[in-house]
Design a protein around this ligand. Structure first.
Ligand SMILES: C[S@@+](CC[C@H](N)C(=O)[O-])C[C@H]1O[C@@H](n2cnc3c(N)ncnc32)[C@H](O)[C@@H]1O
Length: 300
């Protein structure tokens, strides 16, 4: 199995930023748990992960079980590199690590439970505004507790105002009740699979921040209440009205396909009903049928 260099570079950076802090460490968004496992050899660590597949995988691995995994490189070197089988097994026991399957944004811990929180490749992928994450970490830390972060700053959400630059991230950490003691940037090897033609280098942004003030916190749900509970009225959102109109038009178009009519025949019918001018209707119907046909090719 490859990746030892990437793991050891990450571990030594996190240990350096954690020192001299002792006590209970939370690693939220721990993935399959390698960093949490490494930290757990010397420290008491709780790994928290919301994806059941990887949470259960790390739970099994830290108990000494071996698991098969298949790597699918994005750009395989050759025919033997398309699906590479690995046997994954931890070299020694789990030390002082426990794995919890839970959502960091609704954490099953009381406030002030941890001496340190380590976020590793999490801040730009977790599904909430960054201030919500800052307030959640603030709440979980004891007064004077330490937040160590390391990973990319490459936000890519649908909300442009949530896609922060490193400077904005820092401002929000400071206004969220933290003082930044150490900040650094480093180019690191990343996802350097020997089975792939692509080898990444990533500039990671890291800090060690100390909790200096409490902030207010409320649990976060990215889904609206009417969707979560299932028994509240569904609001008449503009997107639903648009969707309903386009579904009706699609259903009508599909009903016009009888194995005899051409695209132009259907366009003529649209024009006859006064729904669209003939030339616009011809283009619209051809676009609609092209999308349908391409989707059919993709799905087989
Ligand atoms: C990019 S991966 C990083 C994994 C690991 N920290 C590492 O460095 O290899 C982000 C992880 O965060 C987890 N995650 C995302 N949102 C989460 C949440 N709200 N609560 C807990 N885990 C979350 C994902 O399931 C994923 O395993």
């Amino acid at each position: 199995m490859w990746g030892e260099e990437e793991n050891s570079v990450a571990l030594s950076r996190i240990e350096r930023l954690l020192d001299p802090t002792d006590g209970l460490v939370l690693v939220p968004g721990s993935g399959a748990g390698r960093l949490a496992w490494d930290l757990g050899q010397r420290r008491r660590v709780v790994a928290l992960e919301s994806n059941p597949l990887v949470a259960l995988l790390s739970h099994a691995l830290i108990r000494g079980k071996a698991r098969h995994s298949v790597e699918f490189p994005r750009a395989p070197l050759g025919i033997d590199d398309v699906a590479v089988h690995h046997l994954v097994k931890a070299p020694v026991g789990h030390g002082q690590l426990e794995v919890v399957l839970a959502d960091l944004l609704n954490p099953p811990f009381s406030s002030g439970s941890f001496d340190a929180v380590v976020t590793h490749w999490l801040i730009d992928v977790i599904d909430c505004p960054f201030t919500q994450l800052v307030n959640t970490i603030n709440r979980l830390l004891k007064p004077g507790g330490v937040w160590v972060n390391s990973g990319s700053v490459a936000f890519e959400t649908a909300q442009p105002t949530h896609n922060l630059m490193a400077e904005e991230v820092e401002e929000l950490v400071l206004s969220g009740g933290f003082m930044i003691e150490i900040r650094e940037q480093e180019d690191i090897p990343y996802l350097r699979s020997p089975h792939s033609r692509q080898q990444r280098t990533e500039r990671v942004h890291s800090w060690r921040a100390i909790k200096t003030a409490e902030t207010s916190w409320a649990p976060w749900n990215h889904l609206p209440a009417w969707l979560v509970s299932g028994n509240q009225p569904i609001p008449q959102l503009p997107a639903f009205a648009t969707q309903s109109a386009s579904v009706r038009i699609h259903a009508w178009l599909m009903s016009m396909i009888d194995g005899k009519r051409s695209a132009n025949d259907i366009a003529a019918e649209l024009a006859r009903q006064g729904l669209m001018p003939q030339t616009e209707a011809e283009a619209a119907i051809r676009n609609f049928l092209t999308v349908m046909w391409e989707e059919m090719q993709r799905s087989g």
